[in-house]
Ligand binder design. Structure first.
Ligand code: GLC
Length: 714
């Protein structure tokens, strides 16, 4: 099916058939009623007959139901047009990897690629052809529940992790039946929802949009991502779903996206609530004109297409363009040749959750964990008697939100992981998450007397993050903190394992924990990964990609903050009149880039920065592992522009490298800065090479900048 055949096909289609191709309905309308809702249960009015005109479906599916629905569709489709099947495969399909915020803490995009590859193999075997991933929203507010789905507060990291996932999902040829078309989301600024309250409006200047929010989509777009999803919220007063400037001028013309723009769930009718559409017909027309090409989980384009075209015949051109995009993707996926894309029950059963995929999920969970505190207590010896307790002691509910077909029963709990690694567990007491009864605390304290260490799993329930999981306070449930403080008061050595989907306010546990290992929601192999890290089979190598604030009052706090005329860090002698809080420091409790290890690294200059013939710069660095355990160092390179025609952030991550160093090993490395790192978007000028004086630093976190170079970029 080539372009000419597609255009010829469009020429035969009625307005309803065209509008049908732009309509995406939940699979629950087609008999998969166990399909969980991922949005409002809006009442669709499309009839049982008309629904077969839908171009694509989203929601729960398996090989058999996909074949059944597609067969029925092909028997009904007047022009033989196959359906497409989509869903949210965000961090694994059946084999679940760590949530994306955790994955980004690995600073290793190859793990994201591997996660996407495994997801594509499993998801395509289950009958899908498209995933609504990667989510590349920049996030700076941990009250927002969907930070778990993002790659954190730096757009360069989001850009590179998004790129890797698109490559993993799509490969080089979508005709390969083990690929998925990917969808970068949510364009744009969804993570900037005011107050961290989901779906809330955002107000972002072009200075911020161009330098922070648009770039995270760049990696996906240059790697030919097939769809981009418009965000729910309004930015600067215009809902993204109806934002022609965003969707046409910026996304298509400036960023060069040429795939399908899909709305978010029910976002078209919601334009009425946004106050920019009078009624459904108005909303459908506005969305079409703005560039929306698939309407997700609502049916107002279909319902009103006749009237829209009567009133506005030249919209037929926009309609045909959208239909052409949808049919082109179906052709790229090979669906016209084989509407079933080779999907079969036996292949599905053979493909889901294989040993290799579990291994990949284990490595990802090991590399995504971040050691936040260690008072010389970790790693533990295998024969160290342990009491294991807390809400995640013996629980498989560590997959996190958006775990599509992930099964709790498949997950390795911390208890199972410790046993698998030969640990000596004296007792295991699984507690509630919000409520821990005093008698349970007493039994934990008495068990602790027989052990050397209490391994205390703490965190937030899975449902407290994810979509619509906004929290005004980002604290750990009080009973969990009380339990830790009681253990400390009783002189018990405690190692805390954190299970959470967002940065939390750790002030209520930090003084009383002897060690804190951030596990996030680590996925199917989480328990084995936790045990490997606790026993030192693996040396923690994760670094935070989102700041941990001193509670909600410090939000927003992020590493590449803007400058002020009265920086507190310089005006030490000035007691009051400087940019500070009276009650907490300006810096977060844990900064972007921070992560400890069981060994110790040293980063030193190995000469001056040199400019290469191709305009790139090379930074000569000397790294060494001065401890007695092998480990992976993450060398981060930050730039600081001394002066510019616009006030720039105090620092910006431009690149990084993760390197395995054996105990005692030292190595000379050269990190390359390519010439686009000097580009900055300047209001009134656009993208500009910001020449001048810079300070370049190499370090293992964004706060301790001991290794510096001065560089003048001409
Ligand atoms: C949800 C999310 C979006 C997801 C879609 C389908 O509301 O905002 O990220 O892809 O609906 O589940």
């Amino acid at each position: 099916m080539d372009n000419n055949q597609i255009r010829a096909l469009i020429g035969k289609m009625t307005p309803e058939e065209k509008a049908g191709q732009l309509t995406q309905l939940p699979t629950r309308l087609f008999g998969n009623n166990e399909s969980e809702l991922t949005g409002t249960d809006n009442r669709l009015r499309i009839t049982d007959e008309e629904k077969w005109l839908a171009g694509s479906l989203l929601g729960r599916l398996d090989a058999n139901s996909m074949r059944h629905i597609q067969k029925e569709n092909m028997s009904r489709s007047r022009l033989g047009i196959p359906m497409m099947f989509m869903t949210d495969i965000i961090h694994g399909y059946r084999t679940i990897f760590p949530v994306p915020l955790a994955l980004s803490c690995s600073f290793d995009t190859s793990l994201a690629w591997r996660c996407a590859r495994c997801s594509a193999e499993e998801g395509s075997a289950a009958g899908y052809q498209v995933t609504f991933s990667p989510m590349v929203d920049l996030v700076r507010d941990p009250r927002w529940g969907r930070v778990m789905e993002s790659f954190g507060e730096d757009s360069k990291l989001s850009c590179e992790f998004g790129r890797a996932m698109v490559q993993g999902y799509q490969g080089n040829d979508l005709k390969n039946p083990s690929t998925l078309a990917a969808c970068a989301k949510h364009f744009v600024g969804y993570g900037a929802a005011e107050g961290g309250r989901d779906y809330n409006q955002a107000d972002l200047s072009d200075y911020t949009l161009y330098n922070q929010y648009f770039p995270s989509f760049q990696g996906c777009i240059v790697n030919n991502v097939k769809l981009v999803m418009a965000a729910f919220e309004s930015v600067n007063g215009i809902p993204a779903t109806a934002n022609k400037r965003f969707l046409k001028k910026i996304l298509r013309e400036e960023l060069g996206f040429n795939g399908i723009i899909i709305s978010d769930w029910n976002a078209l009718p919601e334009l009425i609530c946004h106050g920019v559409a009078e009624n459904e017909k108005d909303a459908a027309e506005l969305a079409l004109k703005s560039g929306i090409q698939i309407e997700m989980a609502s049916d107002i384009i279909f319902k009103h297409i006749r009237l829209i075209l009567e009133e506005n015949p030249d919209l037929e051109k926009i309609l045909d363009e959208a239909v052409e995009k949808v049919l082109t993707l179906k052709a790229e996926l090979g669906l016209f040749e084989d509407p079933y894309r080779g999907v079969s029950r036996e292949n599905e059963q053979k493909t889901l959750i294989s040993i290799e995929k579990r291994r990949a999920a284990l490595i990802a969970a090991q590399e995504s964990s971040v050691l936040l505190k260690n008072e010389g207590i970790l790693p533990l010896k295998k024969d160290c008697p342990i009491v294991l307790t807390g809400p995640y002691a013996d629980s498989g509910d560590i997959l996190g939100p958006w775990s599509v077909d992930g099964r709790i029963e498949d997950a390795v709990s911390v208890l199972e992981g410790l046993k698998n690694r030969g640990g000596k567990i004296i007792d295991v007491i699984q507690t509630g998450s919000e409520n821990i009864a005093p008698e349970m605390t007493e039994s934990i304290l008495s068990s602790a007397k027989q052990a050397d260490i209490v391994l205390l799993t703490l965190g937030e329930p899975v449902s407290w993050s994810g979509e619509a999981g906004s929290r005004s306070l980002i604290e750990i449930p009080k009973d969990q903190c009380k339990l830790l403080q009681k253990l400390h008061k009783n002189g018990v050595k405690t190692v805390v394992l954190l299970f959470n989907g967002r940065p939390l306010d750790l002030r209520s546990i930090l003084p009383w924990a002897d060690a804190i290992l951030e596990m996030w929601f680590p996925g199917t192999e989480g328990g084995n990964a936790a045990a490997d890290l606790v026993y030192g089979n693996v040396n923690p190598s994760g670094h935070l990609t989102m700041s941990f604030p001193y509670g909600s009052g410090q939000i927003p706090v992020y590493y590449n903050r803007g400058r002020t005329g009265r920086p507190a860090e310089y005006l030490q002698s000035e007691p009051r009149y400087k940019s500070q809080y009276l009650d907490i420091p300006n810096e977060p409790l844990y900064s972007f880039g921070f992560g400890m290890s069981y060994t110790e690294y040293c980063v030193r200059k190995n000469g001056e920065i040199k400019k290469k013939g191709n305009g790139n710069y090379v930074i000569p660095i000397y790294v060494s592992n001065i401890g007695n355990m092998d480990g992976k160092i993450v060398v981060q390179i930050y730039i600081h522009k001394i002066k510019s025609i616009i006030s720039r952030p105090v620092q910006e991550l431009v690149t990084w490298e993760k390197i395995l160093l054996k105990a005692g090993e030292e190595r000379k490395i050269e990190i390359v800065l390519n010439s686009d790192v000097w580009n900055y978007w300047i209001p009134g000028e656009g993208w500009t090479k910001d020449i001048g004086d810079y300070i370049i630093t190499a370090s293992t976190d964004s706060q301790h900048k001991d290794v510096k170079w001065e560089l003048t970029v001409k």
